[in-house]
Ligand binder design. Structure first.
Ligand SMILES: [Zn+2]
Length: 312
């Protein structure tokens, strides 16, 4: 049996108003872009490491914040495999008998959400254990304490080395393994199984609304009154959609509206299909981040063009 210390890095959407996030954000909040792991044998010796970049399938452009934190740049991901292939490589590397250990409890929830989103079949995470919790319980004597990995390193006098910069998945996995090696009775971690949390997007802001329409297809929904006379998400005033709806992809149509008091509003009709195959159309209204008159004018011209092409 092996102990596998794992760390992930993930990308986030550039904006919560982006078409991808509005369409898929409740199914996938983060795209995993790196899996790093270190393998220990039962004698606690390092016997291997794994480092895999992953091409993000949904949030393709790296958020500057992620680059700042992880040092990963877009170039690093060029030519990297998609999630499914990276997962196959990781599973093969893990082998048959192992215990998965992470520092903290976020990684496995993000991992599970990527599994659900990118794989056709149901696949559950293998049991995973939280070393941060064990360390916190031992040093602070309670469950709530969530010390950082660097604190734990300090505690054990583990010196960071230039070879292993922080916040790259494989290096954080390496330091987690170091901490694991230094702990007394580290296998006690196996008494601290993690449970996957459901990730849900942060509550929408006051400038956004979302409601269900009584339609199961977009063709009907775009012609309906709630679509053609949407409400301003701020003041609820009924608005017009001068150009009408244009498809952004096969499950999402967008129209522009203007509130006299609040400015440009994006109206999205999104077809959602639940896991059991039920279909429903959601109407989402959000105030545009950009409101300068030139931008708004250009946007309307663009929509008029798209609509004209559509009806040709
Ligand atoms: Zn308004």
């Amino acid at each position: 049996m092996h102990y596998i210390l794992m760390d992930l890095e993930w990308n986030q959407p550039l904006s919560h108003r982006s078409a991808q996030f509005r369409r898929y954000g409740n199914q996938l909040m983060f795209d995993i872009i790196q899996i790093g792991a270190v393998k220990l044998n039962e004698q606690m010796q390092m016997v291997g490491s794994f480092n895999q970049y992953i091409q993000p399938g949904l949030y393709r452009k790296l958020h500057p914040r992620i680059t700042r934190i992880t040092g990963i740049v877009q170039e690093d991901l060029r030519g990297a495999p998609a999630f499914k292939e990276a997962l196959d490589r990781f599973v093969a590397w893990c082998g048959d008998e192992f215990a998965l250990i992470t520092w903290g409890c976020d990684d496995i929830s993000v991992f599970q959400q990527n599994l659900d989103f990118y794989l056709k079949e149901d696949r559950a995470m293998p049991p995973a254990y939280d070393l941060q919790r064990l360390f916190g319980m031992r040093t602070a004597g309670n469950n709530k304490n969530r010390p950082g990995l660097q604190n734990a390193m300090k505690h054990f006098h583990i010196q960071p080395s230039g070879e292993h910069p922080f916040h790259s998945a494989v290096d954080d996995a390496y330091y987690t393994a170091k901490v694991f090696q230094h702990m007394e009775n580290p296998v006690d971690v196996l008494q601290l199984p993690q449970t996957v949390r459901e990730l849900t997007p942060a509550k929408s802001s006051a400038n956004e609304t979302s409601d269900d329409l009584r339609f199961t297809n977009l063709k009907q929904a775009v012609k309906s009154r709630p679509a053609l006379e949407p409400n301003c998400p701020v003041c609820s005033k009924r608005l017009a959609v001068p150009e009408g709806y244009v498809p952004l992809d096969k499950n999402m149509w967008r129209a522009l509206a203007d509130c006299p008091d609040h400015g440009l509003v994006l109206i999205d009709l999104v077809l959602e299909v639940t896991r059991d195959g039920k279909r429903k159309v959601k109407r989402k209204a959000s105030l545009s981040d950009q409101q300068n008159p030139a931008y708004v004018k250009t946007k309307h011209l663009q929509w008029a063009n798209k609509f004209a092409q559509l009806t040709q």
